[in-house]
Design a protein around this ligand. Structure first.
Ligand SMILES: [Zn+2]
Length: 499
């Protein structure tokens, strides 16, 4: 066990590569993020996570299993950790290998320890002569998972407590449905653990609360919450119902995780998956060393017109895009881009290789790469703690060709994204030539990414223009929406508990 590195030496970014990022990729990304901010009707509601589906094919079930493992390992408190995980044959042994964003050595070691403790509960049960019933194993796993996720758990339960109170006050008790909902919410509130308790006792108290959320599935209460939550989105009423629905979903997902894990240990009881395994992690990507932020992003904000002037395609297309951008001055596109750009300059451009690309490129760089034979049961899959971002989705779908599959992506674009780093083995002859080839490939990939980002900018421009033409100017106000979704919401909760 140790932190895995890439074989070979890192090839640093040269001036030409930096120039390409500064001229093409980052300005287009900023414009895209800005267009996604300018949202007149709020984001669509996220569908709730469905319960485990035991009619899935074994391969689909395995996908769910690795996604759940990645999720429960994602317990850091900084809110922006994302974990990618695969089960592969490494040095001839079935190995869980994962990569995370922004985890130094100690948090990576902790995550390995957590996974080892979780998997050992299942291993011990398989090896025991007396098999415990599922509900006993589920509870044991739940307590273990909640212990590792204890900071998030407290943040979720604090939010749940607050939103339950607000929602009880907002139930329309002039209707029988509203009265019944208020009663049910009050029953749920009575299961909340006492926040003054120490961790162990607090976790024991959290289990019945999660069970009460589970019991509320498919009940009139759940339908009442869903309906009010949809109103939150349409009418911007403060979001308590949607926050309640969201946080209840996050808590319930721990229950789903233990159910998936217990089911998996029955399904693959006779394999090495839970009996004979190793756990490894890949060193997290860090921002470029020795590359100042101003080499990656112009310190003077550019206008949408300047950015669009570099869009690929014909000059006719560029003029059409600029025309759309002009139309969107109604939304203050220029001002929004300028302030987002200035904020980014202030923050500094510090792109990293996102966890799924990091893990994928580590697999490519090591023996067996992404061939079928390297993966558990030949299932070429990388699980994720959350859906991949738009940049990663574009990279896997349209920039490189890979047999590896991932979760469906989400439409958010992050500015801290970069292509995988280049490594060249220094011990062999012809190193210079290989370095040159690697840079050429990088430039090709960057060119493709640029094309995809500009295509997304074009779609966003066209959609937004169509949108405002459809709506009378009095029926909407320009709203700035969170682009980080969960991350910001979670950061807010964590902030609220004084961490
Ligand atoms: Zn990503």
């Amino acid at each position: 066990m140790g932190v895995l590195d890439f074989p070979g030496d890192l090839v640093p970014l040269d001036k030409d590569q930096q120039g390409k990022l500064r001229t093409f990729l980052h300005p287009a990304q900023l414009l895209l993020v800005c267009l996604n901010h300018i949202c007149p009707r709020g984001p669509p509601q996220k569908p709730s996570e469905p319960p485990p589906d035991h009619s899935q094919s074994p391969e689909e079930m395995f996908h769910t299993f690795v996604n759940k493992i990645a999720q429960v390992l994602n317990f850091d408190t900084n809110g922006d950790t994302v974990t990618a995980l695969a089960v592969i044959l490494h040095n001839g042994i079935t190995t869980y290998v994962f990569a995370s964003n922004n985890r130094s050595k100690v948090p990576l070691n902790n995550a390995r320890k957590a996974l080892s403790e979780i998997l050992n509960i299942l291993k011990l049960n398989l090896e025991a002569s007396f098999k415990e019933p599922d509900h006993v194993i589920e509870r044991r796993l739940m307590v273990k998972i909640l212990w590792w996720n204890k900071v998030r758990l407290r943040a979720y339960l604090n939010t749940l407590s607050k939103e339950l109170q607000t929602c009880m006050d907002r139930c329309d008790t002039s209707t029988p449905e509203g009265t019944a909902a208020k009663d049910s919410l009050s029953v749920m509130a009575s299961t909340l653990p006492d926040p003054s308790k120490k961790t162990e006792e607090y976790i024991q108290g959290a289990v019945p609360c999660i069970q009460s959320i589970q019991a509320s599935r498919n009940t009139p209460l759940r339908r009442y919450i869903s309906a009010r939550s949809a109103e939150d989105h349409n009418m911007a009423k403060g979001g308590s119902w949607s926050n309640l629905q969201h946080v209840a979903g996050r808590l319930l997902s721990y229950q789903y995780a233990v159910e998936v894990l217990v089911h998996a240990h029955h399904t693959w009881a006779d394999t090495d998956l839970f009996r004979n395994f190793e756990i490894e992690s890949v060193r997290s990507s860090t921002p470029y060393k020795g590359v100042p932020s101003e080499s990656l992003l112009n310190p003077v904000p550019e206008t949408a017109e300047m950015v669009l002037h570099r869009a690929p395609g014909t000059s006719k297309r560029r003029e059409a895009l600029k025309g759309h951008a002009k139309d969107l001055e109604k939304y203050n596109l220029g001002g929004s881009l300028q302030s987002l750009w200035a904020a980014q300059v202030e923050k500094g451009m510090r792109p990293i290789v996102h966890a799924e690309i990091l893990l994928h490129s580590w697999l490519l760089a090591t023996e067996g790469d992404v061939q079928r034979a390297r993966f558990f049961q030949g299932w070429q899959y990388i699980g994720m703690s959350k859906p991949p971002c738009r940049m990663c989705t574009e990279y896997f779908a349209n920039v490189i060709t890979t047999p590896v599959r991932f979760r469906a992506g989400h439409p958010n674009t992050y500015l801290n994204w970069r292509l995988p780093d280049l490594y060249v083995d220094g011990r062999q002859r012809g190193r210079e030539e290989r370095e040159k080839e690697a840079r050429i490939k990088w430039c090709e990939d960057l060119g493709k990414m640029k094309g995809r980002v500009f295509a997304a900018v074009e779609r966003a421009l066209e959609e937004k223009v169509a949108e405002w033409k459809r709506w009378d100017s009095n029926t909407y106000t320009s709203r700035v929406e969170s682009v980080n979704g969960d991350v910001e919401l979670l950061a807010g909760w964590l902030g609220g508990v004084g961490l």
